[in-house]
Design a protein around this ligand. Structure first.
Ligand SMILES: Nc1nc2c(c(=O)[nH]1)N[C@H]1C(S)=C(S)[C@@H](COP(=O)(O)OP(=O)(O)OC[C@H]3O[C@@H](n4cnc5c(=O)[nH]c(N)nc54)[C@H](O)[C@@H]3O)O[C@H]1N2
Ligand SMILES: Nc1nc2c(c(=O)[nH]1)N[C@H]1C(S)=C(S)[C@@H](COP(=O)(O)OP(=O)(O)OC[C@H]3O[C@@H](n4cnc5c(=O)[nH]c(N)nc54)[C@H](O)[C@@H]3O)O[C@H]1N2
Ligand code: SF4
Ligand SMILES: [Mo]
Length: 877
């Protein structure tokens, strides 16, 4: 058997090192790389389950035109002909490329080179516009460059970590575990969470500020004024290395604590406590993510944070600094190659177009920025862009006004999609589908949040006719007649990219990795940039100034907080984001039973008071609606949610839940500076759905749910699970059940009907095994879901066992594990509660000792803590 191959996790921007060991049976064993400086061997639930996501099931392994299989040469010729024809007739700006922070740097580099250098349009933008654009814009406004000044180690060295609009415990779990481990070792380290929701992070924090949506600029303006009054500005740093402080102070002057409290919905005591903590702690790191970026005031939020760090000189020194944490594995790499429509390559701007053109020997370098994602899709819809090539992203799900994005693609002359799956909501719109190689099959580099470049290495052969994205791009470039795309490996592309970063640089640009051009690509160890050929690298930027503005000084900016957000009559504010175990539009995590168990369907978290006011009962289906669209999801009534707003995850798609695409409800509102859409701020009405029959099922076959008003289907071990609902009561329920379960009219079914409650349960056994079970009820189904799902693996020959399955509940001798909490070890809430109630455990650590739960990735520790606390109280009563 081959030894382990060092690669990098394809999910979040922590960029954990992974050891992949191919096994004799074709599977792969995955472990954290103990030597990788991002994770030192740790992995989270998603990283740990990587081996389960690489099966070829559902993969599209040959090119298609109009849904029909074609050869690569036909597909490439067709793509080049269509692009070339449109460019010839309508000019280069009539074509566009929409890429992704999940492309490898090499893919991204050639895509950008093709569009901006050779086709001659800057209409190349990426899903990073939805993700990091406000951070990029904020960095550039303040620093003159898009630089993340600090390193992960700073989070461990800090005495105060402030998380703003970041659910780090779920979205960057390994980094969060590093912070918690540092706090365990050094209890003085404190964590403050600023988030409208009481997230898992908030529950483990020392202070949670449940800020009103978009209250951040007000909060940090108030902090800025407070730091000034408290005398902790660093006069020397400010004088030597910044400009603009007095205007910024004038703007922040009247943001007193009471005014801040009013604008943010926080208590004056909480605001004062936070301000005092920040004032008193020199070693403070402010980590921020989508609660900051995805807002119409996103760039101002970033600068409001940067202002506080710049004025106190708390930047670029160990344990202190602002820290924009990136989402995708190569969000940073994308910024480095210039994947955004308003940047050129290697952190250069359009002012540098001549230099880049000289280096590339490019015939037609774009001289001005192109259209940003939301504007790009408008232009597609209006026919100004006639061909779009979408690569490694699923905009029909992830863009705001997602139904509008779908319409735009439907109306577009030519839609080319490069993906691993042809079944995504976006790939279904493709005229030309190009099958891409995926993680484990392709090679290249990614850059994580702390500017560390790591290799992704292939550890399995490319299946079928799939191809790496760089190859596909270069083939089409050559067919368009362009020279400079005859690379034979990602190594050659990387070397060119590294050379460009050093080209006529001489310290004038932050991004310089020229020294990496000289290293052996195959052996390339994780390297933090800058790595210039001349001179030395460094872990941090700006500790003693040296900004990339013309005068070398940072800009402290005057900011005006936006007016408080009103909900609109009869509406709720719609906040959206992520859950622990799913990745974006679920094309990979949605294939694993383990990761699908934590949340198996789309939901809306709603405060109990709102639920009562709107007559929404627990676990009922709710309809969310506004002028843009509608969605139907499960109501999760919880006081973790603020009154007046709901939270809906972004993950569900037309493939996984018929009515679960939350982005159909988000308007195309963007930040005026960065163009990043406000994906955390929609306004919707919420009403209970009239449901005739709710259903829950497990089956060995994928259920046929097409005719149902509501469904969400997820994989289960050895089969499938689904939540369904009939909006009208069917005449012949059993006949419908047979269709859903894929059973013929004469297949034997055991049924039970409870006339009093109207519940109908149906099960079928095949030999001594469960084949399928469907539980229907006029009220939300109460079956012990996790237990039923696990029964697919059990033997049921005894009548009692079969009777229990028919009832959907285990007997007293056969405990129901309850909803999954720890996905690494498959431990449910009831198991944890029982261990506490039975006196075996009194803490999260005890649960780890007894049940193992929470001892691998640790992302469920807050949930375990909540269950332990609740049951400890119950045990004491
Ligand atoms: N499990 C998982 N992890 C992921 C991903 C995933 O899909 N799944 N995706 C990756 C990617 S690409 C990204 S970009 C990151 C995102 O990582 P995060 O930004 O941490 O994740 P989100 O859940 O989008 O949003 C963070 C929080 O912002 C809060 N928020 C909303 N509005 C406001 C506001 O006005 N002010 C403040 N202060 N907070 C607000 C939300 O309540 C939410 O809890 O995660 C990465 N990691
Ligand atoms: N409501 C709401 N919407 C959001 C957000 C939010 O917080 N709320 N967050 C936004 C953010 S931060 C992000 S980053 C986006 C993410 O949104 P998307 O980028 O749309 O989501 P993914 O599911 O990651 O899409 C990646 C696609 O690329 C495919 N793929 C994977 N690897 C490869 C490869 O190597 N090559 C090719 N060609 N294809 C590949 C996958 O199968 C998948 O279809 O969503 C944004 N949308
Ligand atoms: S924290 Fe998890 S998802 Fe992120 S890189 Fe590490 S293992 Fe992957
Ligand atoms: Mo993202």
């Amino acid at each position: 058997m081959a030894g382990p191959i060092r690669t990098t996790c394809p999910y979040c921007g922590v960029g954990c090192g992974v050891l992949a060991t191919p096994q004799a049976d074709g599977s792969v064993a995955i472990a954290g790389d103990p030597e990788h400086p991002a994770n030192y061997g740790r992995l989270c639930s998603k990283g740990s389950a990587l081996a389960e996501t690489i099966s070829l099931e559902g993969r599209q392994l040959h090119p298609m035109i109009g849904g029909v299989r074609v050869s690569w040469s036909d597909a490439l010729d067709a793509a080049a002909d269509r692009l070339g024809g449109i460019i010839a007739e309508h000019g280069p700006d009539a074509v566009a490329l929409y890429g992704s922070g999940q492309l490898l740097t090499e893919d991204y580099y050639v895509a950008n080179k093709l569009m901006k250098g050779f086709i001659g349009t800057a209409n190349i933008d990426t899903n990073s516009r939805l993700c990091m654009a406000s951070s990029v814009a904020g960095h550039k406004r303040a620093f003159g460059s898009d630089t993340v000044p600090g390193t992960y180690e700073d989070l461990e060295l800090a005495d105060l970590v402030v998380l703003v609009g970041s659910n780090l415990a779920w979205c960057h779990p390994v980094l969060y575990q590093r912070i918690l481990a540092a706090r365990d070792a050094r209890p003085d380290l404190r964590i403050v969470v600023i988030d409208p929701r009481r997230t898992n992070c908030a529950e483990t924090a020392d202070l949670h500020l449940p800020i009103a949506p978009d209250g951040d600029v007000a909060l940090f303006s108030g902090l800025f004024a407070h730091l000034s009054n408290a005398g902790v500005f660093d006069a020397r740093y400010v004088a030597d290395h910044t400009t603009g402080i007095s205007d910024a102070l004038d703007a922040a002057d009247d943001w007193t604590i009471s005014r801040v409290a009013e604008a943010t919905g926080l208590s004056t005591a909480d605001v004062a406590l936070f301000f005092d903590m920040f004032t008193a702690t020199e070693k403070v790191v402010t980590v921020y993510s989508q609660g900051v970026n995805q807002s119409t005031s996103g760039t101002d939020k970033v600068n409001a944070i940067l202002n506080c760090h710049l004025a106190t000189g708390r930047i670029g020194r160990p344990g202190m600094g602002p820290f924009s944490i990136t989402g995708q594995p190569n969000a940073m790499g994308g910024r480095e190659v210039g994947g955004l429509a308003n940047m050129l390559a290697a952190h250069m701007d359009f002012d540098d177009a001549d230099r880049v053109a000289r280096f590339w020997e490019a015939p037609a370098i774009a001289k001005k920025p192109g259209l940003k994602a939301v504007d790009m899709f408008d232009a597609i819809g209006e026919g100004r862009i006639r061909a779009v090539w979408i690569m490694a992203t699923n905009p029909v799900v992830s863009l705001p006004d997602a139904d509008g994005a779908r319409r735009a693609l439907a109306d577009c002359d030519t839609v080319i999609v490069s993906d691993m799956f042809a079944t995504t909501d976006t790939a279904r719109m493709a005229d030309i589908f190009l099958p891409a190689a995926g993680w484990g099959e392709k090679s290249g580099t990614v850059t994580n949040s702390e500017r560390r470049i790591s290799r992704q290495r292939a550890f399995r052969p490319i299946p079928g006719e799939a191809r790496p994205d760089w190859w596909i791009i270069c083939q089409i470039a050559q067919r368009l007649g362009f020279k400079g795309f005859d690379y034979t490996s990602p190594a050659e592309i990387f070397a060119e990219h590294a050379e460009l970063s050093g080209f006529e640089n001489r310290g004038s640009r932050d991004f310089d990795i020229s020294a990496l051009a000289d290293r052996d690509y195959e052996k390339l160890a994780p390297a933090q940039w800058p790595v210039p050929r001349s001179g030395i690298g460094r872990a941090r930027f700006f500790g003693s100034g040296g900004f990339f503005t013309p005068d070398g000084k940072a800009r402290i900016l005057p900011l005006a907080p936006p007016p408080p957000k009103d909900r609109g009559p009869g509406q709720l504010i719609l906040n959206t984001g992520r859950v622990r175990d799913h990745w974006h539009t679920m094309t990979r995590t949605g294939r694993t039973p383990r990761l699908s168990a934590h949340y198996a369907e789309p939901f809306a978290e709603i405060h109990p008071d709102d639920a009562e006011r709107l007559s929404i009962r627990r676990t009922q289906l709710v309809r969310l609606e506004n002028a843009y669209g509608a969605a139907i999801v499960r109501a999760l009534v919880t006081d973790r949610q603020q009154k007046g707003s709901i939270f809906v995850p972004m993950h569900w798609t037309g493939e996984t839940a018929v009515t679960g695409r939350v982005n159909a409800l988000l308007g195309p509102f963007t930040d005026p500076v960065s163009g990043q859409p406000a994906l955390k701020m929609g306004r919707v009405s919420a009403t209970p759905v009239e449901v005739a029959l709710y259903g829950f099922l497990v089956s060995r076959r994928k259920p046929d749910v097409r005719a149902l008003g509501y469904w969400a289907v997820a994989p289960a071990p050895l089969g499938w699970r689904a939540e369904v609902a009939f909006f009208e009561r069917p005449d012949d329920i059993v006949a419908h059940a047979r269709t859903i379960l894929g059973l013929s009219a004469d297949a034997q079914l055991t049924t039970s009907l409870d006339a009093r409650t109207g519940r109908i349960n149906l099960v079928r056994f095949h030999g001594d095994r469960l084949d399928c079970a469907l539980y229907l009820s006029p009220d939300p189904v109460l079956a012990a879901r996790q237990w039923v799902v696990e029964q697919l693996a059990e033997i049921h020959d005894a009548p009692l066992a079969r009777a229990r399955l028919l009832s959907g509940r285990p007997g007293a001798d056969q405990p129901d594990p309850g909803p999954l909490v720890c996905s690494c070890f498959g431990v449910g809430a009831n198991q944890i509660a029982d261990a506490v109630a039975g006196g075996r455990c009194a803490s999260v650590a005890d649960i780890g000792d007894v049940l193992q739960a929470g001892t691998n990735c640790g992302s469920c520790r807050a949930e375990i803590g909540r269950i332990v606390d609740a049951n400890r109280l119950a045990a004491a009563e």
